[in-house]
Design a protein. Structure first.
Length: 135
């Protein structure tokens, strides 16, 4: 969702602390370990925590609630999405781009990176839904 990406980029980058960066980096490391172990469920659990963490940093209750409500759909569709070759690696690169922009306090780059990631994810979710229903 466009508002989500913009909110993440513009609101978090204004005060992204070293502690917040460390927590985000820890999730990226967890995703990298899950990728190396070919563990899609562990990868998705970490990716879900990553997105929820970023939504919480916006201090936008609507966005936090939206992320919490979509958790089960995110996980189910994610299992299909991760069947695509190199998708875990691509997701890690996209998450890294968001965090790097936030660490630089570059609101525009953070928003652009998040919007790119969300766009790619949404496209793959549609693919996953079609695959799940045999379309």
């Amino acid at each position: 969702c466009r508002a989500c990406g913009t909110s993440v980029g513009r609101h978090i980058s204004l005060d992204f602390s070293a502690e917040e960066a460390a927590r985000a980096q820890a999730e990226l490391e967890e995703q990298t370990r899950a990728q190396a172990s070919a563990a899609p469920q562990a990868f998705l659990t970490s990716a879900e925590r990553f997105h929820l963490f970023l939504s919480e940093l916006t201090r936008n209750n609507r966005m936090i609630h939206l992320m919490q409500r979509r958790r089960s759909r995110f996980f189910t569709a994610g299992l299909y999405v991760l069947k695509r070759p190199d998708r875990m690696n691509t997701t890690i690169r996209e998450h890294t781009a968001v965090i790097e922009a936030l660490e630089k306090n570059d609101a525009e780059a953070a928003a652009a990176a998040m919007l790119n990631h969300l766009h790619n994810g949404r496209s793959l979710m549609f693919w996953a839904c079609r695959a799940e229903h045999g379309a």
